[in-house]
Design a protein around this ligand. Structure first.
Ligand code: RTP
Length: 130
């Protein structure tokens, strides 16, 4: 099989149950704005219940446009064509999160990532796409 990488290999990584459960304090920090809401404990338990895929997106207007792609908080109110509108059903299981403003984005990114974990790159696409 043709590959540009010489030393491709695979390794097995497993997050063991304690690794997932220890997310609880972290979840409380992430949702600190919702501390007084009746669903706070359930929400934190849910965020800690399994692995999550955490990402930072970068681009012009990406905070607002990211929210647009995600759709309204309540999937019953989100438009078809949005991630929640197409794939989610109830508000407590709305499958995806996106920061709601510049301040929150800054706080959330620094909570989830160390600066050196963020990659910024300039596309080389013109070399590869004809
Ligand atoms: P998001 O950024 O995730 O779109 O949510 P939001 O800030 O617009 O909504 P917020 O009211 O702060 O709620 C945060 C998350 O809590 C869950 N939720 N559950 N059981 C309920 O009634 C209820 N309401 C909200 C949702 O998962 C929501 O994304």
């Amino acid at each position: 099989h043709l590959s540009v990488f010489n030393q491709m290999e695979r390794t097995f990584i497993a997050i063991k149950p304690d690794g997932v459960q220890r997310g609880l304090g972290f979840a409380q920090q992430h949702y600190h704005g919702a501390k007084e809401r009746p669903f706070f404990n359930g929400l934190c338990n849910f965020l800690s219940s399994g692995p999550v895929v955490a990402m930072v997106w970068e681009g012009e207007g990406v905070i607002r446009y990211g929210r647009k792609l995600i759709g309204a908080t309540d999937p019953q109110k989100s438009e078809p064509g949005t991630i929640r509108g197409d794939l989610a059903v109830v508000v407590g299981r709305n499958i995806i999160h996106g920061s709601d403003g510049a301040e929150t984005a800054k706080d959330e990114i620094s909570l989830w990532f160390k600066p050196e974990e963020l990659v910024s790159y300039t596309s080389n696409a013109e070399k590869w796409i004809y």
